[in-house]
Design a binder for this molecule. Structure first.
Ligand code: NAP
Length: 296
């Protein structure tokens, strides 16, 4: 398939924190887009920029060459693709479906099989880089599925991200994203405990971030979320409920592979404590609130 803004019709489902910014880059580049979201108001900026509203996912897919989805949980992915009014009901022969939600590898493989039966191709293409990366078009995008379809949609992915790789067959993108989330879980506990220690030791936490964030301990989480923690800004970014979902997927996949991940289990337990205390819609940096209460 030859992709170009003049020729290629796009369907887009999911206009939350990530999706609205990512779809915006395509509209800005001139792609014609039909957009759907559970809450219509969140699609309004895209509609104002020239996208057309679709009442349900199947209406997004009707005449689309490429359909992108970035919703919340695997159950949402299943619903917008395979449920009543789902994309699969009206997908065009030869269309490429790109699910960018962080979802289960098993579901990615199920979608790939279901769309293949309709003459379409489904790629799993989860992203990393947060709300900032989405806004700035600087996401990492890890793709599983048919290599030819990946090459076809690469020009569109390049409008959303800078670090883009084909990782293997269907599900390989989601597996790669699980590697990402396992690493983030470890760094989040390190970021919070490091800043807790800085506060107890009477250090200027901002100055600590500046110096250690530029050295061997430097990572996205300390440099982007560290300052938000210091400012007691717990607004999302990336919501706790989604992170718990990701850690649950990673733990289930690890178990199925006979792998034990004790570090991930600990962080998942701490985040569940945070959600139980009412922090499920906070940003993931709110892990600090749980660790502040821990006592030896
Ligand atoms: P979000 O703000 O909750 O956006 C998800 C959007 O999908 C919402 O607007 C939601 O509608 C819509 N949606 C959910 N189910 C739907 C359905 N059945 N039909 C139609 N629309 C539906 O979440 P996000 O932060 O953008 O994250 C989206 C995905 O990317 C998640 O899987 C997350 O784990 C992943 N991710 C997030 C980040 C991050 O930093 N935020 C980074 C990397 C990956 P409503 O507006 O009605 O809620």
């Amino acid at each position: 398939m030859q992709i170009s803004p003049g020729k290629t019709k796009v369907g887009w489902i999911g206009t939350g924190i990530m999706g609205s910014a990512m779809a915006g880059h395509l509209v800005k580049a001139g792609y014609r887009m039909r957009v759907h979201n559970r809450t219509r108001a969140k699609a309004q900026p895209l509609l104002d920029a020239g996208a057309e509203w679709a009442e349900e996912p199947s209406a997004c897919a009707e005449d689309a060459d490429v359909v992108f989805t970035i919703v919340g949980f695997p159950a949402d992915v299943e619903q917008v693709h395979l449920g009543a009014g789902g994309v699969i009901q009206s997908v065009r022969d030869g269309a490429i479906i790109v699910d960018m939600t962080t979802s289960a590898p098993t579901l990615a493989r199920k979608l790939a099989r279901a769309y293949a039966q309709k003459g379409a191709v489904a790629l799993d293409a989860p992203v990393s880089g947060g709300d900032v990366g989405a806004r700035e078009g600087r996401l990492a995008i890890m793709v599983g599925g048919d290599a030819e379809a990946f090459e076809a949609v690469r020009p569109m992915l390049e409008l959303m991200g800078r670090n883009i790789a084909h990782m293997g067959p269907a599900g390989a993108g989601q597996h790669t994203k699980m590697c990402n989330q396992i690493l983030i879980a470890g760094t989040m506990i390190g970021v919070c405990e490091s800043l807790l220690y800085a506060a107890k030791a009477g250090l200027d936490a901002g100055a600590v971030i500046d110096i250690i964030g530029a050295g061997a301990a430097g990572c996205w989480s300390i440099n982007n979320l560290g300052p938000r923690i210091v400012a007691r800004d717990f607004a999302p970014g990336f919501i706790v409920e989604h992170f718990i979902k990701d850690m649950g997927i990673a733990l289930a996949e690890a178990k199925a592979m006979g792998l034990s991940l004790p570090g991930l289990k600990l962080v998942e337990r701490l985040y569940r404590d945070l959600a139980d205390a009412g922090g499920g819609r906070d940003g993931t940096q709110a892990l600090m609130k749980v660790l502040e209460k821990e006592r030896d």
